[in-house]
Design a protein around this ligand. Structure first.
Ligand SMILES: [Zn+2]
Length: 438
């Protein structure tokens, strides 16, 4: 018996993520236990089915572990004859099955897999000759998607955050212009311009004059799966001569303290933060480092997009600071979403206040920001988005026009413009343009 137990624990030692393994069940604990009478396996099209024949009903739970791929099935108050799992034949999906006793009276069965699966389980009540059965289906991961068609290519999502709002008016100009009003007006204009771009969709963090906490703004961007967040503001300074646009991205320092705060605040924060980054570690420090690395990547992207915005804003307004500034604004701390804060101009400067109130000027600002966004995504569109896919490249010949090329490739001129961040239809012979998937 002792030998068996040691063998057993050795087997389970490989399951580093599984805790709480205690010894074998005692007779007292096992008294009313359900027992596994048999395990049957069948292979079906796309899944493997395991049927556990049971002596009675059972409470069970199921979860997956990755690298290596495993599915873990826990059956409460259940016992199984030693060696039963060894009788289940291995196959192309199942590398092996192990079992152990957990918390004294629960049965844990671990399925070692060659590949990722989607497990499903259900209990069948007795019928005919059959008693209670627990059915576990291991569905193979879907086949690689077929050639990407336009249908499953998504839009790039741009979260537009109008600064301030509600009880928080932001800066107030000499003429009484409130920052919260200007930012919302520009945000709405920017929304329209962005939505007019093929392959892009804008979402606003606020659509009216309401107060939103900084964290709520980030949450809204994240809930909408934003690929980029642009927070709009209008600066203020005691000296009315101060003028110009500035762009801010998050600084590394701000990022690091934010990491610490988030991780301290909620031990589950990591799940929230990492999103699609695979983090299968329990070490807090490793998590922090991974998070910082991912955030650093985001900061680089933020500086990148900020540079594009600055380049275009230059044509509409003086630039207050020549390069993208880095600061620890809370609204910029959206992990995994490149974020920039645009101080469109100084409300405290009478001339700029006048400009900010002008709808013509607001339109110019929105257009410039949108061009910066387009330029950035023309280079850095996330995989799986329409903007990231180009079917082919085309070298422009003398006399080519955009509309002719579009017709030839069965796409539209505006699609080609968006994919190549072209702002005019004049092409130069020899110029290489990308032809988007249509
Ligand atoms: Zn502001």
């Amino acid at each position: 018996m002792e030998k068996y137990r040691r063998h057993f624990l050795k087997q389970l030692a490989g399951l580093s993520s599984i805790a709480g393994i205690s010894g074998l069940p005692t007779l007292a604990q096992a008294r009313s236990a359900t027992s596994v009478k048999d395990i049957r396996l069948s292979r079906n099209n796309g899944y493997v089915r395991l049927v556990f024949d049971l002596s009675g009903n059972v409470d069970h739970s199921l979860f997956s572990l990755h690298s290596p791929e495993r599915v873990v099935l826990d059956l409460k108050n259940t016992q199984m004859t030693h060696g039963m799992v060894d009788r289940v034949p291995a196959n192309g999906l199942l590398r092996g099955i192990r079992s152990g006793v957990r918390n004294g009276d629960s049965l844990r069965v671990v399925f070692d897999l060659y590949d990722k699966v989607t497990p499903r389980s259900f209990v069948l009540s007795p019928s005919g000759d059959a008693g209670y059965r627990l059915v576990l289906d291991l569905h193979e991961a879907a086949e690689k998607p077929e050639a990407i068609s336009k249908k499953n290519l998504r839009d790039v999502i741009v979260a537009i955050d109008a600064g301030h709002g509600g009880k928080d008016p932001g800066a107030i100009g000499r003429k009484g212009t409130r920052e919260k009003t200007i930012t919302l007006q520009i945000a709405r204009r920017l929304e329209k311009v962005v939505n007019a771009q093929p392959g892009m969709r804008a979402v606003l963090t606020r659509k009216d004059d309401r107060f939103l906490r900084l964290r709520d703004r980030i949450a809204r961007a994240r809930d909408n799966n934003a690929d980029l967040m642009i927070s709009l503001h209008a600066d203020s300074f005691p000296d009315p001569r101060a003028r110009g646009s500035s762009i801010y991205a998050l600084s590394i320092d701000g990022a690091s303290s934010e990491t610490a705060r988030l991780l301290a605040e909620n031990e589950n924060a990591a799940d929230l933060l990492f999103g699609d980054i695979a983090v299968d570690v329990d070490d807090q420090m490793v998590k922090e480092v991974l998070f910082d690395l991912s955030l650093t990547g985001t900061i680089e992207s933020s500086l990148d997009v900020g540079g594009e915005l600055l380049r275009h804003l230059r044509s509409v307004n003086k630039i207050h600071r020549k390069s993208v500034q880095q600061a620890a604004f809370a609204v910029l701390k959206a992990p995994n979403i490149p974020s920039v804060l645009v101080e469109t101009a100084f409300l405290s400067n009478p001339r700029e206040e006048k400009n900010l109130r002008s709808s013509a000027h607001q339109a110019k600002v929105a257009k410039a920001i949108s061009r910066g966004i387009t330029d950035y995504f023309a280079r850095k569109a996330p995989p799986g988005t329409w903007l990231s896919e180009a079917a082919s490249e085309y070298r422009v010949k003398g006399g080519d026009t955009l509309s002719e090329i579009a017709r030839k490739f069965n796409t539209s001129a505006s699609n080609i413009r968006a994919r190549n961040a072209l702002y005019s239809d004049s092409l130069v012979a020899g110029q290489i343009i990308k032809i988007p998937v249509s």
